[in-house]
Design a protein around this ligand. Sequence first.
Ligand code: F6P
Length: 543
Amino acid sequence: MYSSSNKNQIWSSLEEHCKEISKKSLIELFNENPERSTDFSTSFGDLWVDISKQIIDSKTIQLLSDLAEESKINQFFEDMMTGSPVNLTEKKPALHTALRAPKDSKILVDGKDVVPSISETLEKMEKFSHNIRNGKLLGSTGAPITSVVALGIGGSNLGSVMALKALSKFAHSEITIKFCSSIDAVDLDQTLDQLNPETTIFLVTSKSFNTKETLLLMENAKKWLEGSIVATGLSKHLVGITNFRDKAINCGLEGSMVFDIPDWVGGRFSLSSAAGLALMISIGADEFSNLLSGMNLIDNKTASESFESNGALLLALTDIWNRSFLDYPTMAVIPYSSQMSDFPPYLQQLMMESLGKNNQNDEHELGSSIGSVVWGATGTESQHAFFQFLHQGTDVVPCEMLGFSSSYEDSRQEQQQQHSLFANLLAQSEALAFGSGTEEDLIPEKKLKGNRPSTVILAPKLTPFILGQLISLYEHRTVASGVIWGVNPFDQWGVELGKSIATDIELELHEPSSSRSTDLQRMRNSSNEVLMERFRILRDYSQ
Ligand code: F6P
């Protein structure tokens, strides 16, 4: 549907062009074009996106834009934002942008306007979070709720964890919000340590309400509550956030305590849905609304700006270039802000679950690697951890540095430190690109060859409005890469097999030789059977 025979031709031209441009260094590219830094930078909403230190020239961007055009990227975004079933393998829309569209919009799915139900959920969230923030939500013993424990995993966890940390300066000072996603028993124990069941509420977020980890955590949470609350009062301490309200109600949750996630929102795109309830409780409905406005600003810009000034598309093009042509398998994301420390893990799911695929959905066989390993950590700490590898390692890792021009506080001291952070960001991107230059007398070990690509994204102060813009920028960049590469960015079939094998193995660990699929059993004999046996021996020995 979103392909063209011309795509192969453009792809071949890009391969040819790659051979040519790879002979040049970034120093040469900068010398050739004095306007380079402005030619390859754009302001996008309140963000400044600079790709000038990527190994590209205007021909690269032209060819990549042609490729995007042949992939009908603009049409795709229009279809996506108006509710067409762009998630082809699951035959449904991917309508996360509707969640932050203005309340007077009209967006039809199967002939029905979805905006009223989005507004209804948002209002319910606002009321609920307002009550907790004002001490009006009471637990079953009459004590006000002051602690919120959010249970959920993957897309039902990572976005909220990231955003809560990023916006911690906006957090309500008297409400404790904790997250737990692991089935490692220690995790829940530690999360609940020091919390009082009478004043604690659990937000159980699971779009499918079928995720083993989350359901197990919910059952354990119930047991913990039962220690001090009579069973009939439990429902006052349990909130469900899901697309399957019936399943939540069957698990003992009260209908009025269930918030709906629409079917057409993917987990990793769901922060602007009811999955963002923990964040709204923390920062309040007004700031949550600012986050949504930031997202909406970039949604509109992505759909309307032309290639050269479209930050999301330029980043997608760079990703395709670095992965499929320059053959760099990973990319590092380095936020120069400790508040953004959870941004790399959040992006890992967004980008790797969306793009870690090899089943291109059109007749065009791109025949190259797609999707990158995304990793990273905050600068300046990472400078003292893995930057040595980035500067002198034998593999080139394109880096993406995120900087913020101001800190939260206006104090001189804080602003001074902000200068320091940004100076470090610029220094690193300069050293990566240009290396140690032409200093002749350096011993080989001290030489940095440079020519290592990086992108800089500069934002103003990290507020909900700015975070919203960043999230939307990365969402659309990811979707655009998937569309151009010809994979469906909205499904994640790859994770299903492991889940069903785990169920099978768990049974077997409890009860050896229970009935199992013989094929799988045969495959495991060589390795997993032995490992299971070792596990049982060690388990029984240490009991
Ligand atoms: O890890 C696979 C996955 O299906 C993710 O896509 C999703 O975000 C996560 O599990 C959690 O799913 P749910 O919200 O249905 O519990």
